[in-house]
Write a protein that binds this ligand. Structure first.
Ligand SMILES: [Zn+2]
Length: 334
């Protein structure tokens, strides 16, 4: 650690500690700028910063929690043990711990994981310690939209190494919503590489952004969708134009990012995912194939970013059943 880096840590901790609150915004921006210089290759700096923030009692801020995502594996492990020691001494490090539990649950006993609100959804899964594999959709050009948060622009989940051919997401769908008459929005068109055991040549996912509850879509032999009785609330949410077309590629999700909590992600992490388990906004909601007791398979989830917008700004989860050739689109929002 250089003298400059030690000085930078002292500066961040001092700025986070100071009063009056009126100028907190400005001081926070200074801290963000200093921290941003170390996101790409500064694990040792960030580890020292988090420890210094805890020792000064200023660790319960988004900036310090965001820093956890940028630690290398060795520092993540060291921080996990440091935090467990702090917890025994009575320090409130619950939020920081919950980030590490999601990213490295192998470092914790089941009893510790059970205390984490963010881990609760995962524990309903048959084997919460080995969640199903998934892929991230990585956007060409990196994180979409507002680049004002360095911890979003640089978050590792927007920059995972990709495989295979590009996919186009967004743009106008081919058909209309029978409830509101609006044009459907194209999410993505998948093939049998991206959907194992797909019996169709391709599967085209289109949805009505105005639909506020779970809606089923029937797919024809070519994979083209037709909405079935979509529900529209009387409560008018602003209608969004169809998202512009964007190019994405699939990235096999590394173990560290298999469990992404919508809350802990805090609009920083890439939650555009194919397969795995959903990052629920409101808790698990797995739909059944209509007229059966058969649960549908989770296919993908899209965040409210890159021109997509769900409810008041939540997530859209899409489920698939190959036998009935139906998808179910479940929006959740706050
Ligand atoms: Zn509609």
């Amino acid at each position: 650690m250089t003298d400059l880096e030690i000085l930078e840590i002292e500066t961040v901790v001092r700025l986070l500690s100071e009063t009056p609150r009126l100028t907190f915004q400005a001081r926070y921006e200074d801290c963000t700028a200093i921290t941003a210089r170390h996101l790409k290759d500064g694990s040792e700096f960030l580890f020292a910063l988090i420890k210094a923030a805890i020792e000064s009692g200023v660790h319960q801020t988004t900036l310090i929690e965001d820093a956890v995502s940028f630690l290398d594996e060795a520092h993540l492990h060291r921080l996990a043990f440091f935090l467990q020691g702090e917890m025994k001494r009575g320090t409130d490090v619950e939020d920081l711990l919950s980030h590490i539990m999601l990213q490295a649950p192998e470092l914790f006993p089941d009893s510790a994981l059970a205390t984490s609100y963010d881990f609760a959804d995962w524990q309903t899964h048959a084997d919460s310690r080995s969640p199903p594999a998934c892929h991230h959709l990585v956007f060409e050009g990196g994180a979409p939209d507002d680049p004002s948060f360095p911890t979003r622009v640089n978050h590792p989940t927007w920059h995972l190494p990709t495989v295979g051919q590009p996919f186009t997401i967004g743009g106008e769908g081919a058909s209309q919503c029978p409830a509101c008459g609006g044009r459907l929005v194209h999410l993505i068109t998948l093939d049998d590489f991206s959907v194992p055991n797909l019996s169709l040549p391709s599967l085209r996912i289109e949805t009505c952004q105005g639909s506020l509850q779970a809606t089923y879509y029937a797919h024809d032999a070519e994979g083209r969708p037709t909405a079935i009785a979509p529900f529209h609330s009387d409560y008018e949410l602003p209608s969004e134009p169809a998202a512009h077309e964007r190019i994405v590629r699939l990235a096999p999700t590394p173990p560290r990012w298999l469990r992404q909590s919508w809350g802990a992600s805090n609009s920083r992490q890439n939650l555009f995912r194919l397969g795995g388990l959903p990052s629920w906004v409101q808790g698990p909601q797995f739909p059944l194939v209509p007229g059966t007791e058969r649960p549908m398979k989770f296919l993908l989830q899209f965040d409210s970013l890159a021109g997509f917008f769900w409810g008041s700004g939540g997530m859209l989860y899409v489920f698939w059943d190959d036998e009935s050739r139906m998808t179910c689109h479940v929006p959740q929002y706050t």
